[in-house]
Ligand binder design. Structure first.
Ligand code: ADP
Ligand code: MG
Length: 559
């Protein structure tokens, strides 16, 4: 073949700056794209062999990343299907043309066609973000194919000539530009591979590493070891989310969690996601033990597309209230490299969002129904998610109202329905509304709690960070129900049982005491109640109007 020069046909001459600016904010992703392409190429040849369209030797599937600091090159090699010169022109030169989507189209009825990464176009050209010259050396699997070489300096001109590869597959050789020399570092490349390639489905080799191997025994019969150089394979090719839940043990899930978050405590439980219609999504989400510093625990979910790491910004895909969960989500149906606003409007993303919400609700319902005791033990950790979810997502509230728990000061747990039944006889006001009493600080409000308990009223614990909002939201959602803090001027509004009314003070004495106290503490919003049920009671409680107090608390928080 003679050398051929030509022009890449693209609609705008300025495609490279556009790629640089808009598609990839992070230039390290060139490696992700090129390694993904190499993985694709290997998957494709396996596919062709499985379909009987390739009968040659497959060999061990392998992608290799090589660094040559002296020559200032990074090479990504694969033993995939390779390309003919014609294919290079078609697939590489026609920027907007995605070979992968054509391939998927062609084999779409074949099982597993989905394994082919990379419907995301333009990937190859990300090479020019870090290279001022890109070379392709490739040999196609097709019978009689000859090796081809393609070079391009990032302009729209390219050159195709005979290549030097003697075995099937492709090398992409990047001549790193002067602004990108940071990538000419083994450490840096290892770091990027760890980030993006850790779970790719084909082994990725990056240099070698030294390990210890058994080497017979010494005179005392102890095992001897020797240092050996072995391939440094950066990835695990079949991470657990690609497997069937039935084939996995608790230990597998816990091990994987450790691998993702080496410094975290064991999670409480997990959910294996697996759906293929109307969108494709797999993954494992873990419920961590929630700590006080829960801002640190947010944003830990990793998003993959066919085992290629994409981002840990999953804000628009995972409902806000589940951002505290950990784990991985893998979906080829989430649009990549596009703007946030597009993502929010994407209908797949919306469906994924509600699917995850539903799965999480179903899992919680299952835990609740299967073993209530164990569920109650976990409640202090999961209560925060559940309450937050109930506040922020109507659909979640509808499911969670059956397994959300209210805890009282005696540490007993009730579902919303159970609680209503428990208190409806005692805690009704003159209008027939149920009155839930709660405490935000059981120590400080102890006197009030005791007084309420003496009257036969139950007091709920609402002392976590989310409870202020949870209380307001329950009040909105539950019919004819008021929530009043135990020190609010409300207990006297409740219809009391007659036998509890036996005050040691006469009515006249009560009125006197009341007026003395009122004069002493005249402040809007406060009220005085003379109880005096028995000689050992505190005879007077001074309470504050619930509305006034909430306003005050809000002012405090704001200031
Ligand atoms: P995509 O991967 O989304 O198709 P790319 O720009 O990353 O887009 O790659 C364009 C096309 O170039 C691929 O679809 C494939 O046909 C071809 N290609 C790229 N890298 C390789 C490779 N290592 N081996 C074989 N073909 C490749
Ligand atoms: Mg690609």
């Amino acid at each position: 073949m003679t050398t051929e020069k030509g022009n890449i046909s693209i609609h705008t001459e300025n495609i490279f700056p556009i790629i640089k600016k808009f598609l990839y904010s992070d230039n390290e992703i060139f490696l992700r794209e090129l390694v993904s392409n190499a993985v694709d190429a290997v998957q494709k040849i396996k596919r062709l062999a499985a379909l009987g369209q390739y009968n040659g030797e497959l060999g061990e599937p392998l992608v290799e990343v090589k660094l040559d600091e002296k020559a200032k090159t990074i090479t990504i090699s694969d033993n995939g299907l390779g390309m003919t010169a014609e294919e290079i022109k078609k697939y590489i030169n026609q920027v907007a043309f995605s070979g992968a989507s054509e391939f998927v189209e062609k084999f779409k009825d074949a099982k597993d066609a989905n394994e082919i990464i990379g419907k995301f176009g333009l990937g190859f050209y990300s090479a020019f973000m870090v290279a001022d010259l890109v070379e392709i050396q490739t040999l196609s699997y097709q019978e009689g194919a000859t090796a081809a070489k393609w070079t391009c300096d990032g302009s729209t001109e390219f050159e195709i000539a005979d290549g030097s590869r003697t075995s099937r597959g492709t090398d992409i050789i990047l001549h790193i530009n002067s602004e990108s020399e940071e990538f000419l570092s083994e450490h840096k490349l290892q770091e990027i591979l760890d980030k993006y390639a850790k779970f790719l489905p084909v082994p990725i080799k990056f240099g070698t590493k030294t390990t210890q191997e058994e080497d017979g025994q010494d005179e005392e019969g102890k095992t001897k070891y020797k240092s050996v150089e072995v391939d440094n394979i950066v990835n695990t090719t079949n991470p657990i989310w690609t497997k069937a839940p039935a084939d996995l043990s608790d230990e597998d899930y816990l091990d994987f969690y450790k691998q993702l978050y080496p410094f975290s405590e064991e999670p409480l439980f997990w959910i294996h996601l697996n759906v293929d219609y109307p969108f494709n999504l797999t993954g494992v989400l873990y419920f961590p033990k929630v700590k006080d510093d829960f801002d640190m625990q947010r944003n830990k979910i990793k998003l993959f597309s066919r085992q290629v790491f994409i981002t840990d910004e999953v804000k628009d895909i995972v409902p806000e209230f589940l951002m505290l969960l950990h784990g991985v989500i893998d979906s080829p149906d989430i649009p990549l490299n596009v703007s946030r606003s597009f993502l929010q409007a994407d209908s797949n993303v919306k469906k994924i969002n509600s699917y995850i919400t539903k799965k999480v609700a179903d899992k919680l319902a299952e835990l609740f129904n299967k073993d209530r005791k164990a569920y109650e033990e976990k409640w202090s950790n999961i209560g925060l998610f559940v309450k937050y979810g109930m506040i922020s997502e109507e659909k979640f509230y509808e499911k969670a109202k059956d397994f959300a728990l209210l805890t009282n000061t005696q540490n007993e747990n009730f579902t919303l329905e159970e609680y209503k039944e428990k208190i409806k006889a005692e805690q009704t006001d003159k209008n027939g509304s149920l009155v839930y009493l709660y405490t935000t600080d059981p120590d400080k409000q102890d006197g009030f709690i005791q007084a309420a308990n003496k009257k036969g009223y139950d007091v709920l614990l609402m002392n976590s960070a989310i409870d202020g909002h949870f209380v307001s939201s329950l009040e909105q959602k539950l019919e004819k129900t008021l929530l009043k803090r135990v020190d609010a001027s409300v207990t006297n509004q409740l219809i009391e049982k007659d036998e509890l009314h036996e005050s040691v003070l006469s009515e006249e004495q009560s009125a006197q005491v009341k007026s003395i106290f009122e004069k002493a503490i005249v402040k809007p919003g406060f009220s005085v109640e003379v109880v005096g049920l028995s000689p050992d009671d505190s005879p007077v409680t001074i309470t504050m109007d619930e509305f006034m107090r909430r306003m005050k608390d809000m002012a405090k928080m704001g200031g």
